[in-house]
Design a protein around this ligand. Sequence first.
Ligand code: PAF
Length: 281
Amino acid sequence: MQCLNLPDDVRQVTLTWRCQGYTVGFVPTMGYWHEGHLSLIRAARARCAKVVASIFINPTQFAPTEDLARYPQDLERDLALAQEAGVDVVFCPDAAAMYEPGHGTWVEVPELSQGLCGASRPGHFRGVATVVTKLFWIVLPHVAFFGEKDWQQLAIIRAMTRQLSCPVEICGCPTVRESDGLAMSSRNVYLTPQERAQAPALYAMLCHLRDLVAAGERRVDVLRTSGQQFLAQHLPLARLDYLEIVHPETLAPQREATSPALAAVALFLGKARLIDNLRIA
Ligand code: PAF
């Protein structure tokens, strides 16, 4: 396995692979790997002859008030996991290798970026779409793998690649959960034991909504009220950011939870902001 820091070095390797007829799979990450990241690597390994992963805490997707400075990192451990998982190249640039001084070119998908997480994290998805575009130009992958936990991010990256005619296939992979249902996230490390004990109620609430829909309840206002009550009862330490029922592709809020419908939720729990989603119809 090679660990490369410079964009040109990565591109040279992947260009050679492409010329040799290999399929290149790419897993972009911000590091501090867990089972969720490893499931993306495994999906890439299964589909592609060569696998590149990136580890880059992208500053442009963090607001000044957010956790950029304390985002968890353990590069040595990530590299050991990458090696074990059969990654061929890990791309670990520093910020200067990714952004020249005065960087001013941005990629935006406004129609999908305004609601849900975009409402409380203005500029976040502009930073994500821009860095993913740059990473695609550096790595030149045939297929890129993203987790469905970040559903809005995945929808935005799909739209971005389609609208920019970018020749990368986007592969969404299922959310990986702890045994108690909590979606795996690098940010779970921020949770205190008390917060961690309540956190599984986030997924339990989504399952509760799915069960209500299966039992015939379609009214979104009733479902949202029930979800909010569930969280108030089982996750009292949290402050709800949003609970929405949306169309899974357009992300448009639904009036009725008729198929296809996705419940998406975000809340603040201590120092962490947790997100999750579930198809409920
Ligand atoms: O999901 C993430 O880890 C990040 O948003 C990504 C896609 C690596 C871009 O920085």
